[in-house]
Design a protein around this ligand. Structure first.
Ligand code: 1QQ
Length: 389
């Protein structure tokens, strides 16, 4: 009798370890950079995700059960991202992870979630190859292959005399290495001449060496693949040292938190976006109004993309629920699998417009934008001013 009881207890413990219900509210992990230079992006991502939590819960969450965002700071490097992912998976038992901020971090941390079969939705990873990391990895951030060339075309339209170009990229960051390859191909396809290529680091603060070389080459345009802090400092120094030509920046320039870094000297820089706060779809109107209400400013791309990543997960959870399953009462491992299936091969209405995640988790998006940065007179705030078609 006693041995039967022990056996029963052992079976019960084993079962409870195996079959863990998701629980209420439904936890979704947000693993972005809230400290270091990457916080210039992460702060906007946290804001966008908070708006998603509010609006989507007001709409009933998942069949009446609210979602709860579990925030975990990744810092700016790979180790921080791995640590954040492990905490969210093992301790917080999240149903999915939105993150990390950088492609550089995604290539290190996403394989861990993939191995644990926990779905990851990249909110801002734009390097080539992100969705190929594994079956459980998708992204809502359009790859730079589609976004970046638009800014060059627009720069050339504004100034058809552009001929000689300097290319700058941060060589220690996977996204910037990927993006500069795309920029360089597009520059050649447009019939322009790459006069020189200068390498930087995302940790650099002084760019005198590179700028001296650029000024010596007498180029008409500088095309930069950097993150916000290093990129902002380099733009500032380029102007201070006398460069008067066109400057095009990549996706690292899409954070308004860059404006205080370069102040008014950022005005005029041309950047392509996957989002405009002025987009007229109903999803964006609701998101932009709620964001403004909460943060007293217009949302920018990284906030809209973080919102979108949470929305896509909630929509997919609702699809699982609609298939006759009880998401909150379901076994967590089973939900991970069902959610991942529901996430891919689907289309979503989002502030970015309608987006589609293909079977591999890669995103396609219809509309992109090109803007010019305009910084306020006090150098602290600014806006992306849309350039007309
Ligand atoms: C990437 C990026 C960065 C600019 C995100 C903040 O696009 O790392 O893929």
């Amino acid at each position: 009798m006693r041995s039967i009881i022990i056996l029963l207890a052992a079976v019960l413990i084993a079962n409870s370890a195996l079959a863990e219900p998701v629980g209420k509210p439904i936890p979704i992990g947000i693993a972005v950079g809230q400290t270091t230079n990457v916080a210039l992006f992460g702060e906007e991502q946290v804001n966008g995700a908070k708006v998603a939590e509010k609006l989507l819960n007001e709409k009933g969450g998942i069949a009446g059960t609210p979602i709860k965002l579990m925030f975990q700071d990744t810092g700016g490097d790979e180790a921080g991202a791995i640590n954040a992912f492990q905490n969210l998976i093992s301790r917080d038992k999240v149903v999915a992870i939105v993150g990390p901020t950088l492609s550089q971090q995604a290539f290190a941390a996403n394989p861990i979630a993939n191995q644990a079969q926990v779905p990851v939705v990249g909110p801002s990873n734009t390097a080539k190859g992100i969705a190929d990391i594994g079956e459980y990895v998708s992204r809502i951030s359009a790859p730079m292959t589609l976004v970046a060339p638009n800014s060059l075309k627009r720069a050339l339209k504004m100034n058809p005399a552009i001929k000689n170009v300097a290319v700058v990229y941060a060589q220690d960051d996977a996204f910037n290495v990927s993006e500069t390859g795309i920029f360089q191909e597009a520059i050649k396809e447009l019939g322009l001449n790459i006069a020189l290529i200068q390498k930087t680091s995302v940790k650099d603060t002084d760019f005198t060496t590179q700028i001296t070389a650029i000024l010596g080459a007498n180029v008409d345009m500088v095309v930069m693949s950097c993150l916000a802090a290093d990129g902002g400092n380099m733009v500032k120094q380029l102007r201070q040292l006398g460069f008067e030509g066109t400057i095009v920046g990549g996706n690292g320039f899409n954070s308004p938190n860059m404006y205080p870094v370069c102040g008014k000297l950022c005005t005029g820089v041309i950047v392509a976006q996957a989002y405009s706060p002025k987009a007229e779809n109903a999803e964006n109107q609701a998101f932009a109004a709620a964001f403004k209400d909460m943060f007293k400013k217009d949302p920018a791309q990284f906030s809209a993309q973080a919102y979108t990543a949470v929305k896509v997960i909630v929509d997919a959870l609702n699809e699982v629920q609609a298939s006759g399953k009880d998401v909150a009462g379901m076994d967590l491992a089973e939900l991970h699998q069902n959610l991942n299936k529901a996430l891919v091969a689907s289309s979503y209405e989002t502030p970015l417009g309608e987006i589609v995640l293909d079977q591999n988790g890669e995103v396609t998006q219809k509309t992109f934008y090109v803007s010019q940065i305009k910084v306020s007179d006090d150098g602290k705030t600014g806006a992306m001013e849309l350039l007309p078609e």
